[in-house]
Write a protein of this length. Structure first.
Length: 585
């Protein structure tokens, strides 16, 4: 490891000679911009594939650092191991380990984030010096796409979501968090660089415009403040008069103001500025507070090991309140706590949170320079927004690269040990490439099969990732449509059996019980009354798992209508009207 000084980071840029550095920088760039319009999840799946390639080599580096008694690696390694223990002890070990299709939560992702930090520690001086430019370049591509989205309002994969732009990220909040860190990085470099300060300051114009168009209030306000503070800190790294310091801050403030004003013609009611005063609407802070309270209550049931990585929804769905259901879209549940501390407390328990906190303290005691400002800017938004493979690997890698020199407590590894570690890392990278390629092919099949509910194609996709309830759910939906069309006994039995299997794979998710209830009500065995009773049992179970599920309430009201139970019909109707507009048109 080498010192990360501001002077080194603002020196002339050149491609690193080390192939390891080049690969790590390519990894960062890929995480920021990879996209494929031919996939079902084209904004996420390519990143996941690249993420899996870097997972193994990073863990090898992390293990080497732990062996040398590195303080940051020791805390992080202990957290990853404990998270694995929490995975094994969770109510859903398989899902806590690997997550489900279309998600990036689970132990495998926590391990990948840890490996990204280790890769940052592996980055040499040349790579570290070039990393800020790679970050700003990759995010600059996202800014360009975000502004184009606001100007042209495209359809398809890049269509805006509720009037909010997302660039090439899979979610508008991920772009917003990344840009908050970018503004902090721009502010620091504008102050620290004597030669390129003015040009770097100019980058704040499009970045501020884009961050407003994402609609994230926290990222907009936090990014602007961090940019100004970072400019002061960066300027103080080199000799300067007070007047120079003031001039630097004013230039950054002016660039931010210009960017904000430039976004006004493109903004709408969903922009960050328009939503700053709104604390109760959908996706607002009120919903977050409700979920944090639910998470703390769930921790009381499993305080030591938690519910398992990525299982926040399982832990909190039964605690959904009427206010949350009314504020959010129907049947929407938080898969993540929207607060990194609460997320770790609920999913890995008190011990996991302590180990995670120890790593955070160790990092911010030893990390220095502009990369810390970038990582800190993104990480601060994690107190209100989810983490993701679109942001977390880049943040952790930047923190690793910002780590200052630390004397080794053990002797340097021998050449034989280094060669063996490189061989293991290369082998794991190859294995990750195979798994990532399989994931991409799975996504290709889903894209093909979803067009016309092709059961055979979707079953092929599900076989590539056995035990995944989301993929099984897609198969069950396709079989249900086939049963509707064919009306054969075999098709009906297959639809019910597929719905049964989905529930078996993830019995804690209300969605699957709702779908099974629909399948059993339509195609189950027995008389029509018996089918309705079977469906009602599934709907009631769905309501237990999500007490204010609009879909479950509507289904139970329909059952009451069929059974001519007026009291039950009125009861379900009254509950529906508490969370949905029941006024006559």
């Amino acid at each position: 490891m080498v010192p990360r000084s501001p002077e080194a980071l603002t020196a002339p840029l050149a491609l690193p000679e080390s192939w390891a550095d080049r690969l790590i920088l390519a990894y960062v760039a890929g995480i920021l911009v990879l996209w494929s319009p031919g996939l079902n999840l084209g904004l996420l799946t390519p990143r996941l594939a690249l993420f899996l390639i870097g997972l193994g080599p990073g863990l090898v580096v992390l293990g080497s650092l732990v062996r040398r008694r590195d303080v940051g690696a020791s805390w992080l390694g202990a957290f990853v191991v404990w998270a694995l223990v929490a995975t094994v002890l969770s109510p859903s070990p398989r899902l806590a380990l690997l997550g489900t299709y279309g998600s990036d939560v689970g132990w495998i992702y926590l391990a990948g984030y840890a490996s990204a930090w280790a890769l940052g520690r592996r980055l040499g001086a040349d790579g570290t010096r070039l990393l800020p430019a790679v970050l700003l370049g990759g995010l600059g591509v996202n800014v360009l796409f975000a502004i184009l989205q606001a100007v042209f309002e495209p359809t398809g994969a890049l269509e805006m979501v509720d009037g909010r732009v997302f660039g090439l990220m899979s979610n508008t909040l991920f772009l917003a968090g990344s840009l908050a860190g970018a503004l902090a990085l721009i502010g620091y470099l504008a102050g620290a660089s004597a030669r390129r300060g003015l040009a770097i300051t100019g980058l704040a114009v499009p970045f501020t415009a884009a961050i407003n168009l994402t609609g994230s209030r926290a990222a907009l306000a936090g990014g602007v403040v961090l940019a100004l503070v970072a400019a002061v800190v960066g300027r103080r790294t080199r000799p300067a008069e007070v007047s120079d310091l003031v001039r630097t801050v004013l230039l950054v403030a002016a660039a931010v103001a210009v960017g904000f004003c430039a976004s006004i013609p493109l903004q709408n009611d969903a922009s960050g500025a328009s939503r700053i005063g709104d604390v109760s609407s959908s996706s607002g802070y009120g919903s977050r507070l409700t979920m944090w309270e639910a998470g703390l209550a769930a921790t009381g049931e499993r305080p030591i090991a938690g519910w398992g990585p990525g299982r926040f929804r399982e832990a909190t769905s039964t605690r959904v309140t009427q206010e949350f259901a009314a504020a959010e879209t129907p049947d929407r549940l938080f898969y993540d706590a929207h607060n990194v501390a609460v997320e770790q407390l609920v999913t890995t328990g008190v011990i996991g949170l302590v180990l995670f906190g120890g790593f955070v303290v160790a990092v911010f005691r030893r990390a220095r320079g502009p990369l810390v400002w970038f990582a800190g800017g993104v990480a601060l938004t994690w107190l209100l927004n989810p983490t993701s493979v679109c942001t977390a690997p880049v943040v952790l890698l930047a923190l690793g690269a910002a780590w200052t020199q630390q004397p080794a407590r053990t002797a340097a590894p021998s050449a034989r040990r280094v060669a063996a570690a490189r061989g293991v890392g290369a082998g794991l990278a190859l294995a990750g490439a195979v798994v990532g390629g399989t994931l991409i092919w799975t996504d290709v099949l889903i894209e093909r099969g979803s067009v016309d509910a092709d059961v055979a194609v979707l079953e092929d996709a599900a076989r590539l990732r056995p035990g995944d309830p989301v993929l099984q759910g897609l198969v069950a939906d396709a079989l249900f449509k086939r049963a509707l069309d064919s009306r054969t006994d075999a098709a009906r039995r297959a639809a019910v059996a597929a719905a049964d299997e989905t529930v078996r794979l993830e019995p804690s998710r209300s969605t699957w019980w709702l779908r099974r209830g629909t399948a059993r009500g339509a195609f189950g065995p027995g008389t029509q009354d018996e089918r309705v009773q079977a469906a009602r049992a599934d709907y009631e179970r769905a309501l237990e798992l999500n007490p204010w599920s609009l879909s479950a309430l509507v289904a139970l009201r329909d059952v009451a209508m069929y059974e001519e139970d007026r009291a039950a019909f009125d009861r379900w109707s009254e509950r529906i009207c508490r969370i949905s507009d029941c006024s006559p048109p």
